[in-house]
Write a protein that binds this ligand. Structure first.
Ligand SMILES: Cc1cc2nc3c(=O)[nH]c(=O)nc-3n(C[C@H](O)[C@H](O)[C@H](O)COP(=O)(O)O)c2cc1C
Length: 183
């Protein structure tokens, strides 16, 4: 039997949302998400991740143009990246960077954000694709500067956050990949 609590329900019902209402999240929701990001665990509490919550719609639009010029306009359909910008029109987008390759910590912070957002009734989309923008020799430094991120830091993952404007089916999972070894 599955035990339902607000936390387990948030984990069990989180799903990627790729359509958002235009309304911005509230200041209290933003503050709660910032605290959820801060509480993410890291090896030896090294706290390598530098997060930037971008609510500047004009900057996001400009990033999308540079991004498409780098990766090409003929993009895959399975993530709606043929019709949506990389941030899927989420009004808030968290960019996670680190000086080294702290992918574990970035993933944990991203999941903290997704679960906290779910608890707040918000939708989320985890986005790796926009890494191409920051890795680009011409555009990367400029956008890192705009986000107040040192040039030698690398983008690790992003999370779009906002009020959902779709209710997709839950994606299937391969249950046989998880087994319990009984003594
Ligand atoms: C590391 C990682 C990178 C991802 N990158 C993208 C992305 O660039 N664009 C996108 O639309 N979705 C992206 N996703 C979302 C996945 O496609 C999604 O989590 C997966 O299809 C499972 O669907 P669910 O989250 O609804 O269960 C990413 C997810 C993860 C964990």
């Amino acid at each position: 039997m599955i035990i339902h609590t607000p936390v387990t329900d948030a984990v069990l019902t989180r799903q990627t949302i790729r359509e958002y209402k235009p309304a911005q999240i509230s200041p209290d929701e933003l503050e709660t998400l910032v605290q959820a990001a801060l509480r993410a665990p890291s090896g030896r509490n090294s706290q390598p991740i530098h997060a930037r919550f971008c609510q500047d719609a004009e900057a996001l639009r400009a990033m999308q143009i540079d991004f498409k010029n780098i990766v090409g306009w003929d993009t895959p359909v399975h993530t709606k990246s043929d019709v949506n910008p990389f941030y899927h029109n989420a009004p808030t987008f968290a960019f996670l960077f680190a000086q080294g390759d702290s992918r574990m910590e970035a993933g944990l912070m991203a999941e903290n954000l997704c679960i906290a957002a779910k608890g707040l009734g918000l939708g989320t989309v985890i986005v790796a694709s926009v890494g191409a923008l920051f890795a680009d020799a011409a555009c990367g430094p400029q956008w890192k500067r705009a986000l107040r991120i040192p040039e030698d830091y690398q983008f690790l993952i992003g999370v779009g956050l906002g009020y959902p404007d779709e209710a997709p089916e839950m994606k299937p999972r391969n249950a046989e990949q998880i087994q319990v070894i009984e003594g």
